[in-house]
Design a protein around this ligand. Structure first.
Ligand code: NAP
Ligand code: GLV
Length: 322
């Protein structure tokens, strides 16, 4: 049997993954290209490599990449978010789908969130603008314990972020779908609690998965429920935000700043208003990138689990969408 590596990776990145995966799984055969015949054959090509593929390791593969693999038993995403995979109507329905859960990614996300919150607290984003204007303007002190940070999503990323911010002295409120407990964090859950959560958000950090329930959640009504002068930090997915509403809230002064790592269209198109808005900080989707050095080992663990009949880790609940 063989393992398909279906990704958007360039040549060098793919070579790095192949080397790491082969080192972790020396007995496995990896395939990176499916037969050209596959594209034109809905009944599956009779190409041997397609027929023999029983595991797919995927990172944003093109739609249809996993269609027509009769022996497929495991889809392992190399990304944490799986909304693009789930949106592919040809994704085999009965094959277990696992997502990437890597403590190294959680740690990176916590660093990004801490940088954003600290910069907002201390006015460092304002200092960056002042530097461009050659303006010398020390800002008044604000203490960490005077800031309430709301973290939407208390999963792998959200918990790591909440704990890191707590450690740094911030007051932290978390929101999840189901009841959750994170020591030191005020945890609320469910749609009904959202207004009470937003009302406390001097800084709002979004770490929700993109699902039907969370699509467009950060829109005018949500911004109106936040304290005046609050800031939004979106580290999850661009489609959580209604861009026009965010821009309006920034322009009206309702919101002070947005720190955005993710966008509806990536790369962010050159003409998009976010690029030049003085209250927006743009990151190129790098808050918590998959690190092949650890992620290859984590993917390999699930491959070995499948081969030895052990339980698979970090399976996606397709009904919930994450
Ligand atoms: P996760 O472990 O699945 O956690 C998701 C959290 O969101 C859970 O706490 C879940 O609540 C909560 N949630 C889901 N739907 C909700 C709803 N309708 N209302 C309230 N809470 C809801 O996911 P994760 O690993 O932390 O990753 C979160 C997202 O971060 C990913 O989906 C991806 O989009 C994004 N991400 C971004 C980057 C980057 O570099 N920018 C990197 C990695 C991931 P329950 O616990 O109650 O189910
Ligand atoms: C990155 O955004 C991921 O979902 O892993």
């Amino acid at each position: 049997m063989s393992i398909l590596l279906a990704t958007h990776f360039g040549r060098a990145e793919l070579a790095q993954w192949q080397a790491l995966l082969q080192a972790a799984l020396p007995d496995e055969i990896f395939v990176t290209q499916r037969s050209a015949a596959h594209d034109n054959d809905d009944n599956n090509s009779d190409n041997n490599s397609d027929i023999d593929i029983d595991i797919a390791l995927v990172a944003n593969p093109p739609a249809g990449a996993l269609h027509g693999l009769p022996k497929l038993q495991l889809i392992q995403s190399l990304w944490a978010g799986v909304e693009t995979l789930l949106a592919d109507a040809t994704l085999p329905a009965d094959v277990p789908l696992a997502r990437m859960v890597d403590p190294a990614m959680n740690a990176a996300m916590a660093e990004t969130a801490l940088w954003a919150v600290l910069s907002l607290q201390r006015g460092f984003f304002d200092c960056a603008a002042q530097q461009i204007a050659r303006r010398w303007q020390p800002l008044p002190p604000v203490r960490a314990n005077e800031i309430c940070v709301v973290v939407l999503g208390l999963g792998q990323m959200g918990r790591a972020v909440a704990l890191r911010l707590l450690q740094a002295g911030y007051r932290v409120v978390g929101w999840s779908a189901r009841e959750a407990e994170v020591p030191g964090v005020q945890c609320l859950h469910g749609e009904a609690a959202l207004p009470a959560v937003l009302a406390q958000a001097q800084v709002l950090i979004n770490l929700l998965p993109l699902t039907a329930a969370t699509h467009g959640l950060l829109e005018a009504r949500a911004f109106a429920q936040m304290p005046a002068g609050a800031s939004v930090v979106n580290l999850a997915r661009g489609a959580h935000v209604v861009d026009a509403d965010l821009l309006a809230a920034l322009d009206s002064g309702r919101l002070k700043r947005a720190v955005l790592d993710v966008f509806q269209t990536e790369p962010l198109p050159p003409a998009h208003a976010f690029w030049s808005h003085r209250q927006v900080t743009v990151l190129p989707h790098m808050a918590a990138p998959t690190d092949p050095r650890s992620a290859a080992l984590i993917a390999a663990r699930n491959v070995r689990a499948l081969r030895s009949g052990q339980p698979l880790q970090h399976l996606v609940n397709r009904t919930r969408g994450y």
